[in-house]
Design a protein around this ligand. Structure first.
Ligand code: BEZ
Ligand code: FE
Length: 287
């Protein structure tokens, strides 16, 4: 049978008809017509198709245990944020991207501990609560935190400069749902540009910067896990995040406190900055 540019689409879609997993079948049978429509619409040439294959190959070759170039590609194309948003909570705190710098196990820390292991210049105290959607505190929730340094690098990007675990901590909420840690005010920073995703940004005249933020994953039994950030109010790039992940509700004031007594109580130098966030988790969806 001779296939035309139109009938190929139906043939490929039909070829997945016997896929045992119904969700996999649905996804593939939706994907194929979109992919084929795209190829027809832009009239993709063979050299362009070859360049795309070379690009995706380079993306894969850039990946290793610490570097996830495919997530980065998904991020700069806005796909990560789209998936987060359509799967996000309806009533709880808004979610945002995980990003490639989360490590599987952050070091366990006590409330009030410092996650700044290198002694930065701009101390900061972050406090917060984990709550359910009716405002009830969730005791024993875990709060996984990670952030870059004041210079805009994560520990895994600077193994010779920062000890592993710098800027990271796994906290547990107390009986009032509270968590607290000492840190430094993170900097805005560029996403990694030394790979094919960086070349894509360069070729398209896009900057690679993310506004300053701290990452959180909050988890409590019977509740939906929340992956989010707080963004530092006033940071550059809040309006042009390279990965499209800013939500207004997540921008927090990192207020300056000039009070030696409060600084002493928190164990930081005076003056210091402080930020506060409530992480509101929806109950697990049944079914
Ligand atoms: C991050 O915030 O860690 C991040 C998110 C997306 C791409 C690169 C970095
Ligand atoms: Fe980040």
């Amino acid at each position: 049978m001779d296939l035309t540019s139109e009938s190929t689409t139906a043939a490929v879609t039909e070829s997945f008809a016997e896929t045992a997993d119904p969700r996999l079948r649905e996804i593939l049978q939706e994907l194929v017509p979109h992919l084929h429509d795209f190829v027809r619409k832009v009239r993709l040439t063979l050299p362009e198709w070859e360049a795309a294959i070379r690009f995706l190959t380079a993306v894969g070759q850039k990946c290793d245990a610490n570097r996830q170039e495919f997530i980065l590609l998904s991020d700069v194309l806005g796909v990560s944020m789209l998936v987060e948003t359509i799967n996000g909570q309806e009533a709880g705190t808004e979610s945002t991207v995980l990003g490639p710098f989360h490590v599987v196990a952050s070091p366990e820390r006590e409330n009030g501990d410092s996650i700044d292991l290198v002694g930065g210049a701009n101390p900061c105290v972050v406090t917060g609560r984990v709550l359910d959607t009716s405002g009830t505190p969730l005791t024993g929730a875990t709060v996984d935190v990670w952030q870059c340094s004041e210079d805009g690098f994560y520990d895994v990007q600077q193994p010779d400069v920062q000890p592993l675990g710098n800027g990271r901590g796994l906290f547990h909420t107390d009986t009032e749902g509270r968590f607290a840690f000492r840190t430094v005010v993170p900097s805005h920073y560029p996403i990694p540009t030394d790979g094919p995703v960086g070349q894509l940004l360069l070729a398209t005249g896009r900057h690679p910067y993310r506004p300053a933020h701290i990452h959180f994953i909050a988890d409590a039994p019977g509740h939906r896990r929340l992956t989010t950030h707080i963004f530092v109010a006033g940071s550059p790039y809040l309006d042009s995040d390279a990965v499209f992940a800013v939500k207004k509700s997540l921008i927090a004031d990192f207020r300056e406190v000039d009070d030696p007594e409060q600084a002493r109580r928190h164990g930081v130098d005076n003056p210091f900055r402080t930020a506060s966030i409530d992480l509101v988790l929806e109950a697990d969806r049944v079914g």
